[in-house]
Design a protein around this ligand. Structure first.
Ligand SMILES: O=C(O)CCC(=O)C1=CC=C[C@@H](O)[C@@H]1C(=O)O
Ligand SMILES: [Mg+2]
Length: 368
């Protein structure tokens, strides 16, 4: 591979409904879409999952553009690459900025899998032909509204319900959901809304047979999560705290987490995501693929990763129509009865609709 041409596009896609978490509300998804063109004309696509605000992580759409234009793209353009796993080493001098790195690395994985005539899923070592998926539901205006929304997604067959929680939107919400849906797989995602001082409150969630509590404490913490896990019967799942294989190893060895939410962008790309998957498999830590309200390109990468053996818990990769009136890929990602059929064609397995991409593009720049 030798990438001769890269295009960065800043897209804005209106969301069907606002998505509220403990750190804010999104009514549109802004993101960078990466198009990489190899010397032989093969085109690969990657998506940065950074938001336009630094509340999930320190990265934003603007910091990503800066990192890609001034540091990452110059390291990749016209460089001979044999395998996408080399990209981590090429980027190793650059600290953090994982989402920016992941967007470019993902496009290179797409090119590689096309040039080796295999699906991205197969190139990553995936084996599943179908993946089970769940749904993530933001904070609502009332518990009644939340119950109605959950009922709709349970009816659609999603394999697990993930509900955002935060102080004063937690115990009563989960009590009502468990009472209303006694047999549904339910989990909570706190997005670091609690402190160790909230242990007694969080212990009340043990009454509701939750699959897990995702990221209850600070986004850069591993130590306090280990102490909290000793107090909770419900498994802790880390999301924001895990940026690398090393973070995963430390969290598992300390007992800070019993489940890991792997997000390709958060950990710096597919190569690192597979390494974390493999480590967790060796240590009997189940993993699932988290979502970042991605467009179809990011969704396609998530689908491919989720085909690996130790992705044993339903992830966040719902249908494209969960969030968007019209996705940028064809066909769209479609979950039927909570299951997605994995494309077997070479590459990410979905076709990017250039007209739709251009309709959402608010800025664009080419690099050769
Ligand atoms: O993409 C999806 O459907 C899931 C989105 C989701 O739950 C999240 C996206 C980004 C930050 C958080 O709000 C939350 C998460 O932490 O998993
Ligand atoms: Mg999360």
């Amino acid at each position: 591979m030798k990438i001769e041409h890269i295009v960065i596009r800043h897209l804005e896609m209106d969301m069907k409904a606002p998505f509220t978490t403990s750190f804010g509300t999104f009514d549109k998804k802004e993101f960078l879409l990466l198009e990489a063109i190899d010397a032989d004309g093969t085109i690969g696509w990657g998506e940065s999952v950074a938001f336009n605000v630094p509340f999930y992580s320190e990265e934003t759409v603007k910091t990503n553009w800066h990192m890609l234009e001034d540091f990452l793209i110059p390291l990749i353009l016209h460089k001979e690459i044999i395998h996408p796993s080399e990209v981590n080493e090429i980027f190793s001098a650059i600290r953090k900025n994982n989402m920016a790195k992941s967007a470019l690395e993902g496009a290179i994985w797409d090119i590689y899998s096309q040039q080796t005539n295999q699906s991205l899923a197969h190139a990553l070592g995936g084996t599943r032909k179908n993946i089970d998926v769940g749904i993530s539901i933001g904070i609502q205006n009332s518990i009644e509204e939340l119950v109605d929304i959950v009922a709709g997604f349970v009816k659609e067959g999603y394999k697990r319900i993930k509900v955002k929680i935060k102080p004063d939107w937690d115990v009563e919400v989960m009590r009502t959901l468990r009472k209303t849906f006694p047999d549904v797989a339910i989990m909570a995602d706190a997005n670091s809304a609690y402190r160790l001082a909230d242990t007694e409150l969080l212990k009340q969630l043990d009454d509701f047979d939750l699959m897990m509590i995702e990221q209850p404490l600070a986004s850069d913490d591993i130590i306090d999560h280990a102490q909290l896990q000793q107090e909770l019967a419900t498994p802790i799942c880390l999301d924001e705290s895990i940026h690398s294989l090393e973070d995963a190893r430390k969290a598992v060895e300390l007992g800070s987490t019993k489940i890991i939410n792997i997000k390709i962008g958060r950990v710096g790309g597919l190569t690192e995501a597979v390494k974390i998957h493999d480590y967790c498999k060796e240590n009997n830590i189940p993993v699932w693929c988290g979502g970042m309200l991605e467009s179809g390109v990011g969704r396609a990468h998530n689908v491919a990763l989720t085909t690996l053996e130790n992705f044993t818990l339903p992830g966040d990769t719902a249908s494209s129509s969960r969030y968007f009136e019209k996705d940028i890929i064809e066909p769209e990602v479609i979950a039927e009865n909570g299951s997605i059929e994995v494309p077997e064609t070479a590459g990410i397995g979905y076709t990017v609709n250039r007209d739709t991409v251009e309709s959402y593009t608010v800025a664009k720049k080419e690099y050769k």
